[in-house]
Design a protein. Structure first.
Length: 326
């Protein structure tokens, strides 16, 4: 009870203004960032605050599949956030945020990554937990504020957790993710076998690039970073067609120069996972220097082969960060 009072009082202390506030995730939105925005907006609404969910770009195929399966509408796209008030979910880096975020008021941050570079002089509510999914954190927020998790919200949160933890198999998965996932699955009467089938279909949808250009494929799960003054984009893709992996790698390399120019980055990287292995793609001389210092000599121009699967958050970003700082 005391926790609930404390959390509610913390929200009351914020300057909510008079306009609608937008809960929004990062650019190149994935399932966790979209579902987190929807669920957190719902929580704030139930607490009496004028919050609506938005997304910072087109939803990917996995997210569209999850939305159709669980029956929830995708939020509208917010093109420019200048002058608006935002609740950032699943990120706290301005380079990953919706356009205009630097000129927006940041009211809250709910994230499961490291602390980013968002600057806000006014009072802010932030909850950053080292778990596998932002939706796991948001489930705990419902508990802390004493708000019931409805069946609809349980479906939305479960979709985000299953996606971002790869159905609890990803190395960033924690015991908290497992406990929350179990609670939500039981609430929805979904067995572990059925949950595995749901994840398999979501994974299949994520790898379906039909109707997408190579640039859209690359950017479907790409994030921007600024480390030690160096700005780069890092894509993360899974491609399990061994027969055509070489062709796919060169297709991605082919669009990286345009992506570099359009995004005003200094370097471009991409982690392409294929079964139990990974390929690190890079573009620009500095990107080559950094990539080879971390992962060894190139297999081919722009390509480094790694004999195990890499995780962007746990393996690649820390390694590139260390290389840029040394």
């Amino acid at each position: 009870m005391l926790n609930e009072i404390c959390y509610r009082e913390a929200l009351k202390a914020l300057d909510w203004g008079t306009e609608t506030i937008y809960a929004i995730g990062h650019k190149a939105p994935d399932t966790d960032t979209v579902t987190a925005a929807i669920a957190y907006a719902d929580l704030m609404q139930k607490l009496g605050y004028p919050v609506e969910a938005r997304i910072a770009g087109k939803a990917n195929n996995e997210t569209k599949y999850a939305a159709a399966l669980f029956g929830f509408p995708l939020p509208p796209i917010l093109e420019d956030a200048r002058g608006k008030t935002l609740i950032l979910v699943d990120h706290s880096e301005t380079c990953q945020a919706v356009a205009g975020a630097k000129e927006a008021r940041i009211l809250q941050i709910i994230d499961h990554h490291g602390l980013g570079d968002v600057m806000e002089s006014k009072r802010i509510f932030a909850k950053i937990f080292p778990v596998g999914s932002t939706c796991t954190i948001i489930f705990t927020c419902y508990q802390e504020f004493g708000v019931e998790v409805t069946k609809k919200i349980a479906q939305i949160l479960l979709a985000g957790i299953v996606s971002d933890t790869q159905n609890l198999k990803k190395k960033t998965t924690t015991e908290m993710d497992r406990v929350v996932c179990k609670i939500l699955a039981e609430r929805l009467n979904i067995s572990s076998e059925n949950l595995e089938m749901i994840y398999a279909e979501m994974k299949k949808a994520a790898k379906n690039f039909d109707g997408m250009t190579d640039e859209e494929i690359f950017n479907s799960d790409a994030k921007d970073y600024v480390i030690n003054g160096h700005k780069f984009r890092l894509g993360s893709l899974s491609f399990d067609d061994k027969k055509n992996i070489e062709s796919f790698l060169h297709r991605m390399l082919g669009v990286m120069p345009k992506i570099l120019k359009d995004s005003a980055n200094e370097m471009i990287f991409c982690n392409v996972s294929c079964h139990k292995h990974s390929y690190i793609l890079y573009f620009t001389d500095l990107a080559k220097k950094i990539a080879e210092s971390v992962y060894g000599a190139s297999k081919d121009a722009g390509i480094i082969y790694v004999d195990h699967r890499l995780n962007r958050k746990v393996d690649i970003v820390p390694a590139i960060t260390q290389a840029l700082l040394s």
